[in-house]
Write a protein of this length. Structure first.
Length: 95
């Protein structure tokens, strides 16, 4: 199977181009929301992992493993999760 065939197969397995585009736009909205409410989340969930999921759902855990377990226990889709660690003292990044 060549590269084009592989790409077509992946697109088909994920519901087609329109479904992939819609999923990416949905994920982008959760990323923007996370950025908008980040400071409030750090205050409310210091040094914890937070996931924003489809349908306005949110999960929180002390560890990434705990967070993923909560997502699974609630029957939510891991692939829709935008996950971020709410560090109270984030590392300094020099770009």
């Amino acid at each position: 199977m060549n590269t084009k065939e592989n790409v077509r197969k992946i697109i088909e397995e994920n519901g087609g181009v329109a479904a992939i585009h819609a999923g990416l736009k949905d994920f982008e909205q959760r990323a923007k929301l996370m950025n908008t409410i980040h400071d409030d989340l750090v205050k409310k969930y210091p040094n914890q992992w937070v996931a924003l999921l489809r349908g306005g759902k949110m999960c929180v855990g002390d560890t990434l493993t705990e967070l993923m377990s909560e997502i699974d226990e609630k029957g939510l889709d891991r692939t829709s999760a935008f996950i971020k660690y709410m560090a109270t003292d984030p590392p300094l990044m020099i770009l």
